[in-house]
Design a protein around this ligand. Sequence first.
Ligand code: F58
Length: 824
Amino acid sequence: MATKKHTGQDLQLDKDQLKASIVRHLRSTLGTSEQKASPDAWWKATAAAVNEQVYERLTRTQQTHFKKDTRAIHYLSAEFLMGRLTSNNLHNLSLYKVCEEALADLGLDLTDLCEQEPDMALGNGGLGRLAACFIDSLATLNYPAVGYGIHYEHGLFRQEIQDGRQIERPDSWREYGNPWEICRPESVQEIPLYGYVETVFGDNGGLKKVWHAGRKIKGVPWDIPVVGFGGHTVNILRLWESRASEFFDWDVFNAGGYVNSQAEKAQAETISKVLYPNDETDAGKELRLIQQYFFCACSIKDIMRRYKRAHGNDFSQFAAQIAIQLNDTHPTVAIPELMRVLVDEEGLNWDSAWSICYHVFSYTNHTLLPEALEKWSVHLFEKVLPRHLEVIYEINARFLDELVEPKWPGNDAIKAKLSIIEEGAVRKVRMGNLCVIGSSKVNGVAEIHSKLVKEDLFPEFAQLWPEKMCNVTNGVTPRRWLLACNPELSALYDDAVGNTWPLALDKLREVVKSADDPQFQQKFMAIKRRNKEKLVKVIKAETGIEVSAEAIFDVQIKRLHEYKRQQLNLIHIMALYRRLLTNPDYQMHPRVFIFGSKAAPGYKLAKDIIYAINKLADRVNNDTRIQGKLKVVFMPNYRVSLAEKLIPAADVSEQISTAGYEASGTGNMKLALNGAVTIGTLDGANIEIAEEAGAENCAIFGLNVDEVKTLKARGYNPYDFYYGNSELKAVLDWFDTDYFTPGRPGELAAIKHSLLEGGDPYLTLADFHSYSEAHKLIDTWYRDPALWARKAIINSATMGKFNSDRSIQDYVDRIWKLTNCNVG
Ligand code: F58
């Protein structure tokens, strides 16, 4: 029993025990038998067997955290893009191999079984996936942490491609039950909405605000255990589901209004019904504000309840015990909510409450795009959250009087700029400003981005609080993004540097010394080749397109947005195609361009770009004249589980955003870690990737941030590039014809239009030449196998910095100041 306390090894199962447990659950939990169980039942029985381990560790973790009462981080995020959990949980519990063998004994294949699991797609893209990597790292590093979010019934839409166009279908990830979540009725919360505020006399004779809610919504928590690597700490991700509160529908029901009560129920449930599929631009919808308030208010209540259990009504320790991170502006309303609770409900005076709030909250910014910084109309706020609007006015008045006026006396222009309230025909609440004013730390997500947050986005705030602005460069969990998704490369690394690299990714740097070793190169590239061959089958199964693993696999996988410039990739492929048609001897190694991307349903141009990629694919893939030298594949329904198949098979990673627009990127890290060579701009974390891998091992191209600014200031004219480059002109003119859309000329013209008359806001044409040259370099490199292998190996081996454990440790050191809490 000596090991019991510290390692959890007393819980470790062998193959026969796990096998017995799976069969027992198949019978007693799933109510079926080995003879007639469906793949879904086998998957759920396996999950149930694994859960026996998870729950025991969860209980130990919770007891330890309660006993030690250590400071904890509460990560508030409207999105957690978790993907699948089975393989991840098995790896983190060191049970993967055991489970593989146990299932093999039962005649089952673990990889196939994992395919039964629907992705938990409760996020749009990078921001949501970052939150998922971060909670993995928090548990792995044994930090007390709770993730708080929304239990969306429907996650990000499922994308179908019909005749080249994106069609959105609802995602029903838990339609047949999800074995990883636990409902916690004992922690249900009730959340007020609408109504009015009354000023009354308080017990001490002073005035007091009372919010009389117009309705109340029930928040039901679902807990997803988050198993740290090594299985010591199991934290929770708590997701709130909205339900009609009994308070509400019973009187209607009793009055015979069954139909009305059903309508109330439906309305209440709407709040957590769907994830908004917007990327970067906000829809400004009432329901979205309510979603945000709903999950923030539930989470604050939950945090309060736990704090009070240990400290009663003594709030002097609150800021020392509680840290809350706001993942973008989506949870900003948590700031006025905590103020409201402390002042109106707990009776603290404003200054004490503000001091607590200020020290508790920190804010991460993920974008500089002005249209993505959330603003809510004052009118809407007043209707939905009348008391919060008052609190915001008070925060704003004090900020302007006590901080802005002394610093810039009489300067109304600066006041107007820094105010939380934007004046105009429609007055608005600026959530970004509220975040900065109400947080003790504000961070960007890569060095260059944090610099731009400080210098361009919030320069006056940075003058007021120079210490507040900081950087934490993003990272990705090496457990999911190497260990689990690329088992062969992981095994090679185990042999090369030992098996501690999943916790200490820097270890892989030792491999750099083997980058020129022909034997190591041969092994590394053989693994890449086998990963590509696996992907060839997936591509064939998903799209019907036949590609050869002999070709360069060139991958661009991310949300579709003009600033990410899939259109630059598109026009370059068209240029290559044209070169091959005009010069049959054009020298290039065969290339497969692979895309994976969802467009926001209302983003017309983004959908047109998807259509154009698919139409180009139809033409190119079936043109025998180019002898298979070029293939284009659009993989439908890009999601975490598809990324896990694409990334290990990529040779080239497309990171081609206009410099200054991609805050960080995280796909860039995953691809390089798996041995892809980056073709990229000096944007976001690409800069740090090139620093780590060495600029000579990346194909860097295009304008840098300063050059983008200069060109824009000078007055950018895309026609200069159109008329200045005959190939570019010919490619753009192709959009006007029916070459790719036979019988329907001009169907793709909107893309050309956006790049010329539309002003090409993301400087696609300005970077085209440089991009094309960088691709020539990639081609030359690839045709020298030893040179390519060297670059691929060095890229993979030098990504240690981008371990999300390092990001979390930076948050801990620079912002959260936590101490880890080893679970006995
Ligand atoms: C992304 N933002 C950044 N937003 O674009 C990317 O550079 C960065 O690496 C990543 O965050 C993590 O820091 C992002 O994914 C969203 O998806 C929002 C969802 C809600 C609507 C607005 C966009």
